[in-house]
Design a binder for this molecule. Structure first.
Ligand code: NAD
Length: 475
């Protein structure tokens, strides 16, 4: 962006719109006041070398995989595998929902004897593939992962690794015992934005990193969908929200700070989504003629049939007709998503703060917030010689000496190969690196092996202990 356009952009932004302001613009605005010059075309970081390479796996042989859990995430990985048939083939599918299993198995030409219901059926037949993808719900990770490792499969394991610290550590031990590769789906590590952020810190551009402020806005409708009505609403059945939602963030903090976390103190609670806050006369479901439906920002009718968010849970096969979606909301099991947000069996906090101290006295403050209009992680990194301010897709680097900001704002969605790769582009590079690691039997090709991923899970369990006990916890 040239200086003239940059000034024009800033001029178009009102002070009151700060929450929607891209970090680069907000930071530049603040910096201009502090006597920094504005970035010009020389101030772009976009050309910095990054491992943004072709998504085609570089392999010397085709690998075979079994997908366990043909839901939303299973389809992300299976969809990627389908694009590179020379490198990887889906040879088995397991899902307790027969229609999901059939759909994925048909798409990949899976033979009848390798179509399974419950995950345990996969392991009743002799090993028939190189690897398994475990993309079942959080409480159905541990048992299939332990069994897969015992039978000699490598594993692509969805996060969170497992619901308890002991189970997470058991999986680590099992991976070592059977000498297998376990890649944890910490997809943000593979997103070009986070890779660039980390590379800038590692280059010494901000001197020595001293502290980080990191915020994860969940977005209010996403909170209602996943953590009030949906699969992750009950911390006892799945995992505490600090792991279910934010293990990515703890992992990114650990990865960027590059030191072990020593202590953590956390707080937070469920403030809004409980029966005592239900408006007068609100029925159990939005579809039961609720008198408040038209004004309620959490209305299921509004979120699904009008805004058309989070439709992947309705098995719509691409049909986005509002009447069809409404029919789903009236029909079990989908009608659980029609429940009033004040009348659900949920217990996950809607705001959660934690403070961490890392080796060497470095600190991080992390907030997970339900009540935000949009997602997009915000990160500020304070160093002895500089500062970084990022909004999840672009960031500005401030150098205290040169007082010339530099901007990284590469649009990953505009790189043709990355179009459709979710999580800031991180989903498919993770799948590529997993295929390459299995083909070469080299876990070194992954940045999220079980060994490095387990630490951030241990941080999450410590945070939850602290939130419940009110005490600072050792990690
Ligand atoms: N990496 C990420 O960023 C990310 C994002 C979203 C979800 N996740 C995680 O991915 C996992 C899957 O989430 P999802 O959104 O795909 O859920 P989903 O409900 O869409 O898919 C899970 C599938 O597993 C199937 N299943 C349940 N029990 C089973 C069993 N016993 N045997 C075989 N299949 C079974 C379900 O029928 C369903 O089709 C969860 O652990 C979730 O936390 C990770």
């Amino acid at each position: 962006m040239i200086r003239r356009d940059f000034l024009k952009t800033i001029g178009a932004v009102t002070a009151g719109a700060a929450i929607g302001l891209p970090a680069t613009e907000a930071a530049a605005k603040a910096g201009a006041k502090a006597g920094f010059s504005l970035p010009d075309e020389e101030g772009s970081l976009n050309k910095m070398p990054l491992p943004i390479r072709s998504l085609k796996p570089q392999v010397s042989r085709q690998i075979s995989v079994v997908v366990i859990g043909a839901g939303s995430r299973g389809n992300v990985y299976a969809g990627y595998f389908k694009k590179y048939p020379d490198a990887v083939k889906v040879v088995g599918v397991s899902d307790i929902l027969e229609h999901r299993c059939r759909k994925m198995a048909d798409a990949h030409g899976v033979s009848a004897e390798h179509r399974f219901g419950d995950w345990s059926e996969v392991f009743k037949v002799p090993k028939f593939a190189d690897a398994v993808v475990i993309s079942t719900p959080d409480d159905v990770h541990y048992a299939p992962c332990m069994k897969a490792l015992e039978m000699g499969y490598d594993v692509l394991l969805e996060k969170p690794v497992a619901p308890t610290e002991k189970e997470c550590k058991n999986i680590l031990k099992q991976a070592h015992k059977y000498n297998r590769i376990v890649a944890v789906c910490h997809v943000l590590r593979y997103a070009p934005y986070f890779i660039a952020l980390r590379e800038v810190v590692r280059s010494g551009a901000i001197g020595e990193l001293v502290s980080v402020q990191h915020m994860e806005p969940i977005q209010y409708a996403h909170m209602a969908h996943s953590y009030v009505r949906g699969n992750w609403r009950d911390s006892k059945q799945t995992t505490p929200i600090i792991l279910a939602k934010s293990c990515h963030d703890l992992d990114i903090l650990r990865w960027i700070i590059d030191k072990p976390c020593k202590t953590i103190v956390a707080d937070g609670s469920l403030q809004l989504f409980k029966a005592e806050n239900a408006p007068e006369g609100a029925p159990l479901k939005c579809t039961d003629g609720c008198p408040h439906e038209a004004e309620c920002p959490y209305s299921a009718i509004d979120i699904y049939t009008k805004q058309k968010r989070h439709l992947n849970v309705f098995d719509l096969d691409g049909n986005r007709d509002p009447e069809v979606i409404m029919q789903r909301l009236l029909t079990p099991p989908y009608d659980s998503y029609a429940r009033c947000v004040y009348h659900c069996d949920n217990d996950q906090p809607d705001h959660y703060v934690s403070e961490m101290v890392f080796e060497g006295g470095k600190t991080a403050a992390f907030s997970m917030e339900a009540f935000a209009p949009q997602g997009g992680r915000r990160t500020r990194i304070m160093g002895t010689m500089g500062y970084i301010d990022g909004d999840g897709s672009s960031f500005t680097l401030w150098d205290f000496k040169t007082r010339t900001p530099k901007v990284w704002n590469l649009k990953v969605s505009e790189i043709p190969e990355y179009k459709g790769s979710g999580h800031g582009g991180g989903d498919w590079p993770l799948a590529r690196d997993f295929v390459e690691a299995v083909a070469a039997q080299d876990p070194g090709r992954l940045s999220s092996t079980i060994d490095v991923s387990i630490e951030s899970h241990v941080m999450g369990f410590a945070a939850e202990r602290s939130r419940r006990s009110g005490k600072k916890e050792k990690v």
